[in-house]
Design a protein around this ligand. Structure first.
Ligand code: MG
Length: 375
């Protein structure tokens, strides 16, 4: 059964304070929208509804993850645009989710979907547990029974044809899709919501969401170390940059000692072995190979396992060549290969005060540390 998700993020979110609209803001290293989209990865279709002014940015950041559609004058119109886009695509059920609820869990999504087996519509909600008062001018003027009252959440789920018909029959719109569904006569089942599935509305909601994410964040650190000996030659490859030098580095691949150390740091953080095990020197296909293949493989594995690189730090140990003039370019190349922002990667160098094999200029050593956090 084909299930689609519609993520509605066309508002401007002005109540969350100054700055860019809340759905684009950073939340513990990823944008709110990136997190909301990730919650629905694996769905047959994901439609992201954005403000018309945000479409170009949306294509650049999420073009490969979702079908983008421009929102309308109201939330209802925005949802309607997405529903009309999905018509005829074979979708039988649809979940409609606020883009500003990035902490929705897989378990909650599964509960909504399961409820659609026996109801044409289902939505998560939490029973009101606090006492309710009426008030005016800062004074309590009465009490209100909380009996039968719920706080509504999303994703709200529907049989596709039924919710499309409800939207078409009520172009005036409503507060949410449940309201339109009920106006169209659909029974809406209530499933258990989650306190953590909060809607980011005010600035303090971001702080709370970061606390929740921090509490369940998995942080992993890996280190890597590598050495290659000098041999005859006129250049060395260091961290993806070709540096002219009176000698070359001996090795089966391009002998990029810095990149090898960093690659091993990533594998180490994942407890996924090491470069020698995954790309054995005995295998002729890696003879003279560009080391970026190894690093790109490790970085892809990081993403596949549900992590992202928080930062990486590489130290090259040698007397010559001088690394300083190339360090920034090296960091940029490494960041590009790993598909992370340049500011997350550092390359620096030290000599060993002419002591030991690096001091005698017999070879170059490299150390690397990488920190991964659950995405
Ligand atoms: Mg090596």
């Amino acid at each position: 059964m084909a299930v689609a998700a519609i993520i509605v993020a066309a508002g401007r979110g002005t109540r969350a304070g100054a700055g860019e609209p809340k759905q684009w803001r950073d939340l513990a290293g990823q944008s709110v929208l990136a997190r909301s989209l990730a919650a629905f990865s694996g769905f047959a279709q994901v439609v992201l509804v954005l403000h018309p002014d945000d479409m170009a940015r949306g294509v650049a950041e999420f073009g490969g993850l979702a079908t983008l559609v421009a929102g309308g004058e109201s939330r209802s119109q925005s949802v309607r645009n997405a529903l009309e886009l999905l018509e005829g695509s074979g979708v039988s059920r649809v979940l409609i989710h606020d883009g500003a609820r990035p902490l929705v869990s897989r378990a909650l999504i599964a509960r909504v979907l399961a409820a659609l087996d026996t109801a044409p519509a289902a939505a998560p909600a939490l029973a009101v547990t606090d006492a309710l008062w009426r008030g005016a001018m800062g004074v309590v003027t009465g009490t209100q029974s909380r009996e039968g009252l719920f706080r509504a959440q999303t994703p709200q789920g529907f049989h596709f044809d039924a919710i499309l018909a409800a939207h078409r029959a009520h172009p005036e719109g409503g507060a949410d899709d449940v309201e339109l569904a009920r106006r169209a006569g659909l029974a809406v089942a209530i499933v258990a919501g989650e306190e953590d599935n909060l809607k980011l509305t005010f600035a303090e909601d971001f702080a709370r969401a970061e606390r929740i994410l921090g509490a369940c964040m998995d942080v992993r650190t890996g280190n890597g170390y590598d050495v290659h000996a000098f041999c005859a030659g006129d250049h060395v490859w260091l961290c993806g940059v070709k540096v002219p030098h009176g000698r070359g580095l001996l090795g089966h691949s391009d002998a990029d000692v810095g990149m090898h150390a960093l690659t091993d740091a990533l594998y180490g953080a994942l407890a996924a072995g090491d470069i020698g095990r995954l790309f054995p020197p005995s295998d002729p296909q890696w003879r003279g190979a560009a080391s970026r293949i190894f690093l790109a493989h490790a970085a892809a594995l990081v993403r596949e396992r549900g992590y992202r690189l928080a930062n990486a730090d590489v130290t090259l140990v040698c007397e010559h060549p001088k690394i300083g003039p190339h360090a920034l370019a090296m960091a940029r190349v490494l960041a590009e290969i790993m598909e992370v922002e340049a500011g997350r990667v550092s390359v620096k160098a030290t000599t060993s005060e002419r002591l030991g094999f690096t001091g005698r200029e017999e070879g170059i050593a490299a150390l690397a540390t990488a920190t991964l956090v659950s995405a």
